[in-house]
Design a protein around this ligand. Structure first.
Ligand code: 5AD
Ligand code: SF4
Length: 492
């Protein structure tokens, strides 16, 4: 049996892609392992959004080299956004890497290639097990996966039928994902039967509803690494969600680079209709969705959420990036701070108790103290529940790559720290206001012998004492004390 290991960097779209491929490898009879040391096949899913993630990838590939030294038959693959635009560099710098497959490429050829690799690995692993000193090698670099696939005509080769590949999807575009989160499939199937063993972690499902992006935000490499927008058919998405819920998923995350520009290629229905239909699926579950763009935001979406609050939590992740109109224009975001605040007003009006989070970039080229203060002012107006904040990281091929920078990195760091410190205070104030209130929470996992971690529908972390059986269930918790990040409560 072939053991595979996934290392996933970056956004939830990558998590969904890794889940889909892991499911596919399971269908080939492979088994997921939790450490590189046990892996025959290691796949690294990469993120190119900021330079830091890219640097991490390169040092991680160095670490993998150590594992391959002792088991030379091991295969290593790099997929995702860095694979899209640094394929040549990866092949040149890392001899040990067997395949590099970009996020823009069609997944069908990668799957066909993986089928072939699994068959080869079975042979080489067997040889290695019989004689570890023989130095059985993994077969070098396959520099063009598509060509390898065409050459071997993998999709039509009968031997793959014996691997159970009759379930291989032929449509190409829809990356499958199913609830996994480190659980064995068998465990999933029995999840809701009385007396069955409960899982150790919440059963989550990440479903890509679209990929790519048609915007051109000046700092962002995604339109380049993932290409233009492609929305997946609504019927397939609904099938996937229903399937995952039937298999025990309690939290569904609908993922796209720009979820609210989703449009069903078959019917023309838009994102609010998709949300309505997902919410109409039977079962007890919560739906999360990331990330929307203010330019495509409509009141209708919040009206739908207000109508289906049992399934659609009052939580909106709504990236603003900057509070300065001058910077928003340079970023090519196509809205002003006032327009964004008007949309925040829709949330307050239609979902009065909703929590709101955002993404902010500080230190975009040309950003001055005045621009930064405009962002801080916007934060005070909105009082976000959570802010993901980043120092601008120059990315090749993007509109901002050659823009002149006026502030020093030290200034940017200072801005970021001050912004994050203030946000911590805001979170703490919000948490203090919650003391004494009771929340419905979804239990995620055990974090200490006497502590479970759950989240409110507003995505706020709650610790409480309870038995393992509560993992993956909805419980009511009354908040008794709190820190800036975690609230602490008791079961009601
Ligand atoms: N530098 C810093 N942050 C970035 N993001 C995207 N590109 C960059 C970049 N070049 C941030 C944005 C986006 C989030 C996913 O990552 O805030 O919303
Ligand atoms: Fe990047 Fe902007 Fe597209 Fe989001 S909307 S993926 S930030 S280009």
């Amino acid at each position: 049996m072939i053991n595979y290991f996934f290392k996933t960097y970056g956004c939830q779209a990558n998590v969904a892609d890794s889940q889909g491929l892991a499911r596919f490898l399971d269908e080939l009879g492979c088994k997921e392992v939790q450490t590189e040391a046990d892996a025959d096949l290691a796949i690294v899913n990469t993120c190119a959004v900021r330079d830091k993630a890219e640097q991490k990838l390169f040092s991680y590939l160095g670490e993998l080299a150590e594992h391959k030294k002792s088991r030379q038959y091991m295969k290593i693959g790099v997929i995702g956004c860095v694979a899209s635009y640094k394929k040549k560099e990866i092949y040149q710098r890392f001899d040990l890497v067997n395949f590099v497959y970009g996020a823009r490429e069609e997944y069908d050829s990668l799957k066909a290639y993986l089928m072939d690799s699994v068959v080869n690995l079975e042979t080489t692993k067997q040889m290695y097990m019989t004689n570890p000193d023989a130095n059985v090698k993994s077969g070098g670099q396959d520099r063009d996966v598509k060509k390898v696939v065409q050459f071997k005509k993998l999709l039509s080769t009968p031997r793959f039928v014996s691997l159970g590949l009759n379930r291989l999807r032929q449509d190409g575009v829809y990356p499958e994902s199913s609830p996994r989160d480190g659980q064995e499939k068998a465990e999933k199937k029995v999840i809701d039967k009385p007396g069955a063993q409960k899982p150790q972690e919440l059963n989550r499902s990440y479903v890509n509803i679209m990929t790519g992006c048609n915007k051109a935000c000046a700092y962002c490499i995604v339109p380049f690494t993932r290409g233009g927008e492609v929305s997946y058919p609504m019927a397939q998405i609904l099938d996937r969600v229903a399937h995952d819920i039937a298999n025990g998923a309690k939290e569904i995350t609908l993922i796209g680079q720009n979820v609210n520009s989703y449009i069903d290629p078959e019917t023309g229905y838009k994102f609010p209709e998709l949300m309505r239909r997902v919410a109409a699926i039977d079962g007890q579950f919560w739906v999360r969705w990331i990330s929307p763009h203010p330019q495509d935001m409509t009141r209708e979406l919040f009206e739908v959420i207000a109508q289906y609050r049992d399934k659609l939590p009052g939580y909106v992740h709504f990236p603003v990036q900057s509070g300065s109109d001058r910077i928003l224009t340079l970023m090519k975001r196509n809205y002003t701070a006032a327009q964004y605040l008007e949309q925040i007003g829709w949330i307050h009006e239609l979902l009065p108790d909703a929590t709101i989070s955002t993404d902010i970039i500080v230190g975009f080229p040309g950003e001055t103290e005045e621009d930064y203060l405009a962002t801080r002012e916007l934060m005070e107006k909105v009082k976000y529940d959570l802010v993901y904040s980043f120092i601008y990281s120059p990315r090749k091929y993007t509109g901002a790559a050659n823009m002149e920078d006026t502030s020093s990195y030290q200034d940017k760091q200072k801005w970021l720290e001050a912004l994050q410190d203030r946000q911590k205070e805001i979170c703490f104030e919000r948490n203090l206001r919650n003391i004494g209130k009771t929340f419905t929470c979804l239990v995620e996992k055990r974090v200490a012998h006497d502590k479970l971690l759950a989240r409110t529908e507003g995505n706020v972390r709650v610790h409480f004492q309870g038995p393992d059986e509560m993992i993956g269930t909805f419980v009511k918790v009354r908040i008794e004390e709190t820190g800036p990040v975690n609230m602490i409560g008791v079961l009601v």
